[in-house]
Design a protein around this ligand. Sequence first.
Ligand code: SAH
Ligand code: SF4
Length: 341
Amino acid sequence: MLQLPRSMDSLYDFPFSDLEDSLRSEGIKAVHAQEIYRSLYKKGGKLAPGAQRWIAARKPPEMTIVKDLASSDGYTRKFLLRFADGKEIETVLMGYRGRYTACISSQVGCAMGCVFCATGKMGFTRHLTAGEMVAQIQFLNNHLATEGKEPLRNVVMMGMGEPLHNFKELMKGLAVISDPRGIGIAPSRISISTVGHIPGIQKLAEAGKGYELSVSLHGASNQERSALIPINKRWPIEDLLDACRAYSEKTERKVLIAWTLIEGANDSDDHATRLAELLKGRQVHVNLIPLNPTEGFDGQPPSEERVLEFQRIIKATAGIPVTVRQRRGIDVGAGCGQLAG
Ligand code: SAH
Ligand code: SF4
């Protein structure tokens, strides 16, 4: 019996093996999956009638551009995109010397409530589907192609939302994005940033796909971290660092530790020393992010000298690599934590 497609699945909701299953269930040969992927994600090739039929029965997620803002330095572009249900998300394109990175949203809003984050202030509205994550990539790659530029090289799941809170759809979306038969962005060039969602980190380790994991730490004691990131009460630092260790052992990759520097809150020599003690001997790389201004949080970023001194202390005490994140797109509200539609 022929099975009708589930109306909720868009064209972009199918990892390759799901596509093969879907074709079979509709009486179409699974070998056509390859040409469907080529047609959707590489823009070319001939399609057999069965493949044409499968494609014609579905649509990409509907998405309209509400705003398109370019930063004054020309390196960042922020798009406000609206889905068919009226919900809006932001997607950021960052480009430097012909290398483009997409900063993708995984949810409308976020349930984690970090006090310094504009998305957190919005609260949680809904998860994005896998297809809606893939659609952001397709949109940016089309945009780059029309400007005669190279396609995306990297993807960071650092837009709106907590990606590991939306694990199943995230995994499906990234399977499509990383599949060499389709979009083909290698897992090592895809970074998943998490507030420290421990069950999600464990599942990600089990999945063994080799995505880069970035953990937003921001506090070196549970008391300090909970004041900034309320969910720390559920997933405290010790357990979080254990989960990071398991992830780096499984994937044989360093875990990135993100530290948003807030003047007077977590930027002192003492904070740097305690962070270094916590991380000493671990397979980690620290990335410092000077706070970006957001409404409803009156914290400030530290001075540049403070940031450099903080960096120096960690390097000297723990002997681990420490980088400072480039601040780009701040003037159009496209920096970390500024995304709020
Ligand atoms: N929910 C995920 C990914 C999205 S936030 C997470 O929290 O990791 C991406 C990064 O921006 C996180 O490291 C987050 O802590 C940081 N961030 C949030 N608000 C910020 C702000 N106002 N200034 C600088 N970084 C911020
Ligand atoms: Fe959510 Fe991340 Fe913002 Fe925290 S920092 S509220 S987890 S998007």
